[in-house]
Design a protein around this ligand. Structure first.
Ligand code: UD1
Length: 422
């Protein structure tokens, strides 16, 4: 298992290119199942999760071609048996999103339930409710969803009882080929949802309102191929921004969309950073002290849960105490004990963490527990004195493209080591 070694205490100075958004790329790939035409996706991040979903799509009969220039061409000319087995779905929850497109195109599907993960139970009841409301018959058997809609799906009004990114996207992916109009209410408004709607519309779908609370979809009989460029990754952008504030220095995040991170910019400014938004890039600098700021995670446009761990690492360096409240996932503080090993002072009570800065962090061996938690340890390591070794970094590779390369180009002393040999 690879490890990352960081010798901390160096500021970050330079430019970091931002990749396409993982969370968008995965749903765009599922959209390829909806048409027998080719879907060409550009600015695709090279990540383990994208490869896993590529394997599942290939198994479903899709031609998957990785091309130069961060492009992936997906062509679902004809589909194989609409079956997504446990061994491919369990690796990554977003695989579950093939269910809706398979029902919409093939009239039936058998897809493994994704199961929980380190950050919580993560049920899929809202996904299934949406598909059932569109007319799919759904049965759960031995860990599989067995779905059928022999006469196709029919447009309907769906009111989500809580805001869910995945369920909003899944409902869109199914409703585009349903008969008649679908109205989705109480939708998630994340930029990845507007990205998916944009791509589906380029494929011939009729979706309006994506990015707002209510999305309206006029079903069409068929979709065609399209070319689409994945939106920049706002979580990668935010992660490097927080890293620059933690380590000090000045970085330019190339290709970032400043409009996608307003909640973070506001909080970082209050913490003492200088944030300048330009068209196509964002500049982050910090030279003075870091101040404590309380945050609460919320659906977009609020502070994203996917940046909570990184922000906690930053707050451990602040000159005072801050409170971090997690409202999206029930078990998302696993990074707290690992940050404590580096010298942070954090008390977790239920869904609140009190972080008492300023800590002089000191390098130590730590373990990555999930995707976003692992990068918080890297951020702490950049600010810590001495050497931090982060193990189990396969979590990092699921969501961050060439992380150590991007950071070392800005002056960080960070390297990847292969498995320790006895
Ligand atoms: C997506 C992102 C993830 C991010 C999250 C919240 C992807 C691949 N992942 O996850 O990185 O942290 O949005 O911004 O895009 N819920 C239910 N029933 C459901 C679905 C969700 O109760 O059927 C609950 C979840 O347990 C959670 C909340 O709703 O408490 C929000 O989850 P959701 O927005 O669905 O997150 P994901 O789409 O899984």
């Amino acid at each position: 298992m690879d490890r990352i070694v960081i010798r901390g205490g160096r500021p970050l100075n330079g430019a970091i290119p931002i990749s396409g958004a993982k969370n968008s790329a995965l749903k765009l790939m599922a959209a390829a199942l909806l048409t027998d035409g080719p879907l060409m996706l550009s600015r695709m991040p090279r990540l383990a999760d994208v490869r896993f979903l590529g394997q599942l799509l290939a198994r479903l009969g899709v031609e998957v071609e990785e091309l130069a220039g961060a492009r992936v061409r997906l062509h679902a000319r004809t589909l194989a048996e609409p079956f997504a087995p446990y061994d491919l779905v369990r690796k990554m929850r977003a695989s579950f999103n093939v269910l809706g497109p398979l029902i919409a195109r093939e009239g039936r599907a058998r897809v493994s339930l994704p199961g929980g993960c380190a950050i919580g139970a993560r049920p899929v009841n809202l996904h299934l409710m949406a598909l059932e409301t569109l007319g799919a018959e759904i049965e759960l058997s031995e860990g599989y969803v067995i779905a059928s809609a022999p006469r196709g799906l029919t447009g309907a009004r769906i009111v989500f009882p809580m805001v869910s990114v995945g369920a909003t996207e899944h409902a869109m992916l199914a409703a585009v080929l349903a008969k008649g109009e679908t109205v989705l209410e109480h939708c998630a408004r994340e930029p990845e949802i507007a990205d998916l709607a944009g791509c589906l519309n380029a494929m011939g779908a009729k979706i309006s309102g994506a990015g707002t609370d209510t999305i309206t979809i006029q079903g069409v009989e068929r979709l065609h191929g399209a070319d689409w460029t994945v939106t920049p990754d706002r979580i990668e952008t935010g992660t490097f921004a927080i890293a620059a504030v933690a380590a000090g220095g000045r970085v330019r995040l190339e290709g970032a969309d400043p409009e996608h991170n307003h909640a973070l910019w506001d909080v970082l400014r209050r913490a003492g950073a200088e944030v300048t938004a330009h068209e196509g890039h964002v500049e982050i600098a910090r030279s003075g002290p870091i101040h404590p700021v309380d945050i609460q995670t919320e659906p977009f446009p609020g502070f994203p849960t996917d940046l909570q761990a990184q922000f906690m690492a930053l707050m451990s360096l602040a000159d005072g105490a801050s409170v971090i409240r997690e409202t999206i996932f029930e078990n998302r503080f696993m990074h707290a004990p690992e940050l404590t090993r580096l010298g942070a002072r954090i008390d977790v009570r239920g869904n609140e963490a009190v972080v008492r800065g300023p800590a002089q962090l000191k390098g130590a061996p730590v373990m990555a527990t999930d995707l976003r938690a692992s990068v918080s340890l890297v951020i702490a390591g950049l600010a810590a004195e001495g050497e931090t070794v982060v193990s189990r970094i396969y979590h990092l590779d699921r969501g961050f493209e060439r992380l150590e390369e991007k950071l070392s180009a800005c002056g960080a002393d960070i390297e990847r080591l292969g498995e320790e040999t006895a």
